[in-house]
Write a protein that binds this ligand. Structure first.
Ligand code: MD6
Ligand code: FE
Length: 208
C-alpha cells in the first residue's frame, strides 16, 4: 500500500501510486488511442476561445466543452467516435481506493504541452457531487493549486509528479483548483514531453 497524505479534509494524496511499469502501460494505451482518434480541442462556451490543453475521454461518457457549453456525451465531438472503455489500471484504481460509490462513468484525459495551464475552476457538471473525483498524473511535474469554494479564497500548492494519484472529494469537492504551470523536462515518460492528467468521475447519481 502506498503512503496517504491528507492535504485538507476530503483531499488525499498518494505520491507515486503507480509504478513506472504501469505508467508506461497507461502511456502506451493513451498514445495509441490519441493516434487512432485524435485529441479534440475544447473551447470556452460563448467565446469559443481554445483551451491550452487538448482532451480525450475513456468510458461510457466523456466531458466536452464547446460554444454551446460544458456537458458529458458518449462520443468524440470532432469525429463522433465512441470513447474507448477504461484501461484496466483505471477501473482497478476506483475499487482499490475504496471510493465507496457506484463505478465511474467518465475518465477525462487532459494533455498539457510545455506552456499549457488550467485556470482555477470548480468541477460541477456531475449530478452527484458527493462522489469524489480521482486524478492521475503522468509525465512532467505540474504545479497544482487548491483553494476553497470561493474563487478568491486562500490557496495552497502541490507539485504533482508522474504516477501520483489525488482523491478530491468530501468537503473539498467544490473547491476551486487549477494547474499554474508545467515543469518541462522533469519526466522521461512521454516521448515528446508534457503532461497527461486523467480524472475519473461518476457522472449520474450513485445509488450507493
Ligand atoms: C489537472 N485537474 O491535474 C487538472 N479536477 O491537470 C483537475 O482539474 C481536477 O485534479 C477535479 C479533481 C481533481 C483534479
Ligand atoms: Fe478539475
Amino acid at each position: 500500500m502506498t503512503e496517504e497524505i491528507v492535504i485538507k479534509p476530503g483531499v488525499f494524496y498518494y505520491p507515486e501510486y503507480f509504478s513506472r511499469a504501469v505508467q508506461e502501460e497507461l502511456r502506451d494505451e493513451i498514445l495509441s488511442y490519441a493516434n487512432e482518434l485524435g485529441w479534440f480541442q475544447p473551447t470556452l462556451p460563448r467565446w469559443g476561445t481554445p483551451f491550452s490543453v487538448k482532451m480525450l475521454n475513456y468510458g461510457p461518457l466523456g466531458w466536452v466543452s464547446d460554444k454551446s457549453g460544458y456537458r458529458y456525451q458518449p462520443t468524440h465531438p470532432e469525429n463522433g467516435a465512441h470513447w474507448r472503455p477504461f484501461p484496466i489500471h483505471i477501473s482497478r484504481l476506483w475499487s482499490s481506493l475504496n471510493v465507496g460509490f457506484d463505478n465511474p462513468e467518465a475518465c477525462l484525459i487532459n494533455y498539457y504541452q510545455m506552456n499549457s495551464r488550467m485556470g482555477l475552476h470548480q468541477d460541477r457538471d456531475e449530478e452527484d457531487l458527493s462522489v469524489p473525483v480521482i486524478s492521475i498524473s503522468l509525465g512532467d511535474t505540474a504545479l497544482f493549486r487548491i483553494g476553497t469554494t470561493e474563487r478568491k479564497g486562500p490557496t495552497q500548492s502541490l507539485k504533482l509528479k508522474s504516477g501520483d494519484v489525488l482523491v478530491f472529494g468530501g468537503p473539498a469537492r467544490l473547491n476551486f483548483h487549477g494547474i499554474d504551470r508545467i515543469y518541462p523536462g522533469t519526466s522521461t515518460l512521454l516521448p515528446e514531453g508534457g503532461r497527461i492528467n486523467m480524472t475519473l468521475r461518476r457522472v449520474t447519481k450513485s445509488a450507493a
